[in-house]
Design a protein around this ligand. Structure first.
Ligand code: NAD
Length: 361
């Protein structure tokens, strides 16, 4: 941990759009960080109570922050992050780590070469309920994991696509913008997938990018899973509806967006409803399942992520989501896209070597 009496981490936010402004609010609320600059070529009129810069280079030389948050459009992530790494600045990089697995590997190299401190913003991993679910599954609280099923479906407003062009262009889409969080959590909770089968549709919005994806997954441990993601379908089922992580999304209590089923019971997340057999009954479908709720802290993912990042920046913690780890999540999204395009099963093994392209069988 960074000692409590350390001066606040001097942070800049690069990209002051929807997500960058959330990061600014979270930094402003933290006693352990202070906002020293904002970079955005198109937000010059905004007042964040600190100097504004039109580009990263001028900010880095004028302010020399300890750390930055990169919340620019996906296509610029690698370039902006590499620029900051080369300047010796710690980086909290929004997801996706890059827009292609191949380009993410360049960033992985740059991190290693500079000994950089970099955390990728798969914020859900920092939520207290995720740590509780992960421990429960790993400790066998539901027996051996058999399968997982989940959904993230929400009706985004039309302005999200009409007002912000990159949201409707290749490099965005519900896969790279939303499903990536879910498959990252599935990797974190269920282990590495070995193969995927996916279907994608642009039917509901008629844009160049997909609005809905359905995917089947097989995990190395033997479990199988399925996940549905849509930015066109209204529903209560999704991480954003089921947590209080962002004020922008009204909270719906007791949502099970992910359902893990094991040989001895079941668990849903983020509500942490646990279904198990009572002691002494036969653990099969003729016996009643009792529902209890596992306890977790109520802290939001984003403040917890910032606290962790401050420790990473100080060299006192290893990133919970490194560039290399996030690259594997991106590989999974690419495999899903390839499967949807080819209508074939895609094996993940080739994504885990640095040289080969994805294979489909
Ligand atoms: N973790 C999450 O839950 C979450 C949620 C939403 C978005 N995101 C990610 O955050 C990033 C930003 O998304 P958004 O929805 O805020 O987009 P946005 O379009 O609202 O904001 C992007 C901002 O970056 C600015 N910008 C563009 N190029 C820049 C550059 N080179 N340097 C500095 N600023 C630049 C734009 O002017 C804009 O203000 C994306 O990578 C997105 O995937 C993450």
């Amino acid at each position: 941990m960074r000692p409590p009496d350390s001066p606040p981490l001097r942070m800049a936010v690069i990209g002051a759009g929807f997500m960058g402004r959330q990061h600014i609010d979270i930094i402003d609320a933290s006693p352990r960080a202070t906002l020293v600059a904002v970079v955005d070529p198109f937000a010059a009129a905004s007042d964040f109570g600190c100097p504004m810069f039109p580009d990263t280079a001028s900010m880095l030389s004028a302010v020399r922050p300890d750390a930055v948050v990169v919340a620019t459009p996906n296509a610029s992530h690698v370039d902006v992050a590499e620029e900051c790494i080369a300047a010796g600045v710690a980086v909290l990089l929004e997801k996706p780590v890059a827009t292609s697995y191949a380009s993410s590997l360049g960033l992985v190299e740059a991190v290693a070469q500079h000994g950089a401190r970099l955390l990728v913003g798969h914020h859900r991993r920092h939520h207290p309920a995720v740590a509780v679910a992960r421990a429960a599954i790993a400790d066998g609280a539901i027996g051996e994991l058999v399968a997982v099923n989940g959904m993230w479906s929400a009706r985004k407003d039309d302005a999200y696509f009409t007002d912000i062009p990159w949201h409707r262009e290749p490099g965005a889409g519900v896969g790279l913008i939303n499903l990536i969080h879910d498959v990252d959590l599935l990797r974190h909770l269920c282990g590495e997938p070995t193969e995927v089968q996916a279907m994608a549709s642009s039917h509901a919005r008629d844009l160049a990018v997909e609005d809905t994806i359905s995917v089947g997954l097989r995990f190395a441990g033997g479990a199988v899973g399925s996940f549905l993601a849509s930015d066109a379908g209204a529903s209560p089922w999704g991480w954003d509806q089921g947590t209080e992580d962002a004020d922008a999304f009204p909270y719906i209590p007791d949502v099970g967006a992910y359902r893990f089923v094991g040989t001895g019971g079941a668990l849903s997340l983020p509500n942490l409803a646990m279904f198990t057999y009572d002691r002494g009954v036969s653990p099969n479908w003729h016996s009643p399942l009792s529902r209890t709720y596992l306890a977790a802290g109520r802290r939001g993912s984003f403040p917890a992520q910032l606290d962790h990042f401050i420790d990473v920046a100080a060299g006192n913690a290893e990133p919970l989501v490194s560039a290399e780890d996030a690259a594997l999540t991106l590989a999974l999204i690419e495999a899903i896209a390839l499967s949807a395009q080819t209508r074939e099963t895609v094996a993940l093994e080739h994504f885990r070597t640095r040289s080969a392209a994805p294979s489909h069988s």
